[in-house]
Design a protein. Structure first.
Length: 313
């Protein structure tokens, strides 16, 4: 098979042996695979794949057709359309997925949409509801809301009955995020628009102090992105004063059981939204697999609303 390959920071397309599904796994003929911040970090040598995942083939989400079943796999049949979060190896013509991590692709989703769905919607749903317990009527703030996880979080928060405020630095992208259901503001001075019951932090350390200052009593901050920095001072007295919580979360290194639970939650609560048109996957650009380097460059340059997705013929 052919796959995107990282070699000392370079992005190349190389031939690799076809993977074979093991017990409980399915082999997927990939039709689309989204790019994510983790892929960019892996390219720079900062986010290695966990044990058992391909170390040189990136890709944390994919969609395609089941091509073969491993022993004991019975959840899907050959030819079924599936999508999944994977620990790596998604940006290839073939990939192996444990059947418990795979989700059926709703009829409403085309391949690019399905290929860009799993990582960002699973991450956003887990952070908002499993980690933060966001409820109807609460006020949600999403930082860096124009990206894949941000656009997913805005839609999921609105669908749950929360009031959603979103920070977007790029003025050209604000209208697009507003169309997804958020009141869009500039990052500077966001505290004035609080207090917020839940703050989804996708930027990192510079926001920690003002986040705490804008937090409602019993408010929750969930950190899932640190592109702007990982270390910051925390005023514990202020945190105690509002009885607040600061949590951090990442999806990739979790054990199978936790990932399977997250996938089932998305199946129950998010796939019906996609099928009914109440949520969608904003696609900024698509590139064929052979143009993977251009896709990585497009992701890195910023200024995009939603996902960059590789398509595989």
């Amino acid at each position: 098979m052919r796959a995107v390959t990282i070699d000392e920071g370079r992005i190349e397309i190389r031939d690799h042996p076809d993977p074979e599904p093991g017990a409980g796994e399915v082999l997927v003929r990939v039709r689309a695979a989204g790019l994510n911040g983790g892929d960019m970090m892996q390219r720079r040598g900062l986010y290695p794949a966990p044990p058992g995942a391909p170390q040189d083939i990136p890709g944390l989400e994919l969609a395609g057709e089941v091509a073969a079943l491993g022993s004991g796999a019975a959840r899907f049949a050959e030819g079924d359309r599936v999508m999944a979060v994977v620990a790596g190896g998604g940006q290839a013509e073939l990939a192996v997925v444990h059947e418990r991590l795979a989700m059926p692709v709703p009829d409403a989703l085309g391949w690019p949409d399905a290929g860009g769905f799993s990582e960002v919607f699973t991450t956003a749903h887990d952070a908002l509801f499993t980690q933060a317990g966001l409820g109807s009527g609460e006020h949600l703030l999403v930082h860096g809301a124009a990206g894949g996880v941000g656009t997913a979080a805005v839609q999921l928060g609105g669908a749950a009955g929360a009031r959603v405020t979103a920070t977007v630095r790029n003025d050209a992208l604000r209208a697009g995020v507003a169309e997804l259901g958020a009141a869009v503001i500039e990052p500077e001075g966001f505290e004035a628009h609080g207090p917020f019951d839940v703050i989804l932090e996708l930027v990192g350390a510079p926001n920690l102090a003002p986040n705490l200052g804008a937090l409602a009593t019993w408010g929750r901050i969930v950190v899932i992105g640190i592109s702007a920095g990982a270390q910051a001072e925390l005023n514990l007295g202020a945190l105690m004063g509002v009885r607040g919580t600061v949590r951090g979360s990442t999806l990739r290194p979790r054990p199978l059981e936790e990932k399977a639970m997250a996938a089932r939650a998305v199946e129950r609560h998010v796939l019906p939204l996609m099928e009914g048109g109440a949520a969608r996957v904003p696609i900024a650009d698509t590139f064929p697999l052979d143009e993977a380097e251009a896709a990585y460059d497009r992701f890195a340059e910023g200024g995009k609303l939603g996902k960059v997705v590789l398509t595989v013929d």
